[in-house]
Design a binder for this molecule. Structure first.
Ligand code: PMP
Ligand code: GLU
Length: 393
């Protein structure tokens, strides 16, 4: 008889999301009345803008509660096409897929495109889910290290050396989770040239696009660089981060038509349409009705970024990267002699401070601090971090 408990499919072998697990653990400890400070959350602490909530309530009251076209509400696709046009990406409604979260959009793109025998290039540190999604597809993740000194940008030499005749896809994420780095146009051009030269697809995850704090830094979409790279690019975006809509589960992508058709087929069996009234609410977001709220959130994140960087610069035992975007600070903790898993476990036990160890992000010597939390939370966390370092070093 076969052993059912040891014989899983590729999908059955995935590791659970460490970010979600640690965030949940911190919430659980708080609920037990323990004074936990959490720097784990990969989500804005703000409420969703009222105008978006109102649009959702209206959609429910208007009876927008039925199945939609599986790949997305046509009016929303039209707004998404306009949104991509603002990024310099020329696309059409037929190339768009609206999914239950950017995460599922990425999952479908990777699993439709890649399979056993394929290789996917990932630049470390990376958002942990990419690696598991690549595993789910049966392809192999080829991980290229990048360095803080080089702003976590890949070098041409390293990227060229990683390409083989099996390379199917390069995954990029700018602004980046967990580093906060934003790729320069030159870096994107270099990646685009290599992708075009070798006929490799690029998945560009731009979910943190709006969260950039340095006015001299501009978000550039790789697909806007020229039509050749546009034909090879899947661009992903969503509502979770920019509009504080993590729980609503809505994201989208644009891809070349041949791939969009494959993703649409998968989605038609996997989930059907993303929640109908959420898509109506998203229309309000893309039509700019919440732009004032978004601007306020961005300026609050900018202030918090300044605060956390000022406080971290007082701690000599930790090397950190000043993030240009997203809402994370990556801290190198090599000097402590502990692995990031040990460090995170210890600081939670000793100081009731929850941080994300970056082992699953391809950065075993780093922890990630999220500053998507109040200024008091940041101050309190940094006191605990300092205290723990004094204790162990
Ligand atoms: N990409 C990155 C880099 C992320 O950090 C996240 C965080 N959840 C996602 C995609 C997925 O976002 P969502 O599914 O909430 O749209
Ligand atoms: N992306 C966020 C994070 O990195 C949310 C959690 C997740 O989906 O992984 O914390």
């Amino acid at each position: 008889m076969q052993n059912l408990e040891q014989n899983y499919s590729l999908l059955g072998q995935l590791a659970p999301s460490a970010t979600l697990a640690i965030s949940a653990k911190a919430k659980e400890l708080k609920a037990q009345g323990i004074d936990v400070v959490s720097m784990t959350a990969g989500e804005p602490d703000f409420d969703t803008p009222q105008v978006i909530k109102d649009a959702c309530i209206k959609a429910i009251q208007d009876g927008k509660v039925r199945y939609l076209a599986s790949s997305g509400l046509p009016e929303l696709k039209t707004e998404i096409v306009k949104k991509f046009a603002n990024n310099g990406i020329n696309t059409k409604a037929q190339n768009i897929i609206v999914s239950t979260g950017a995460k599922f959009a990425i999952f479908q793109a990777i699993t439709c495109l890649c399979g056993p025998g394929d290789e996917v290039v990932l630049f470390a540190p990376f958002w942990l889910s990419y690696e598991e999604m690549i595993k789910a597809s049966g392809a192999k993740a080829v991980i290229l290290q990048t360095s803080m000194e080089n702003d976590f940008a890949p070098t041409q030499k390293d990227l060229e050396a990683a390409i083989t005749d099996k390379t199917k896809l390069i995954v990029i994420n700018s602004p980046n989770n967990p580093t906060g780095a934003v790729y320069s146009k030159e870096t994107l051009q270099m990646i685009a040239d290599i992708a075009v030269k070798h006929n490799i697809m690029v998945l560009s995850d731009e979910i943190y696009e709006k969260l950039i704090y340095d006015t001299q830094i501009q978000h550039v979409s790789i697909a806007s660089l020229n039509s050749k790279i546009a034909d090879l690019t899947i661009t992903v975006n969503g509502f979770s981060k920019a509009y504080a809509m993590t729980g609503w589960r809505l994201g989208y992508l644009t891809a070349p038509l041949w791939l969009t058709k494959r993703i649409a087929a998968l989605q038609s069996h996997a989930t059907s349409n993303a929640t109908s009234f959420v898509q109506y609410a998203a229309l309000s977001a893309l039509r700019g009705e919440a732009d004032e709220d978004v601007a306020k959130m961005i300026s609050a994140f900018a202030k918090r970024r300044q605060l956390i960087c000022n406080l971290l610069s007082e701690i000599s035992k930790i090397k950190f990267y000043v993030p240009q975007g997203a809402f994370y600070v990556l801290c190198d903790i090599s000097q402590t002699g502990l692995s990031s898993d040990e460090f995170a476990k210890q600081i939670l036990e000793n100081e009731n401070l929850a941080v994300i160890p970056c082992t699953a992000f391809g950065a075993p010597n780093a922890i990630r601090l999220s500053y998507a939390c109040s200024e008091d939370n940041i101050k309190n966390a940094l006191v605990r971090l300092k205290h723990n370092l004094l204790r162990i070093m």
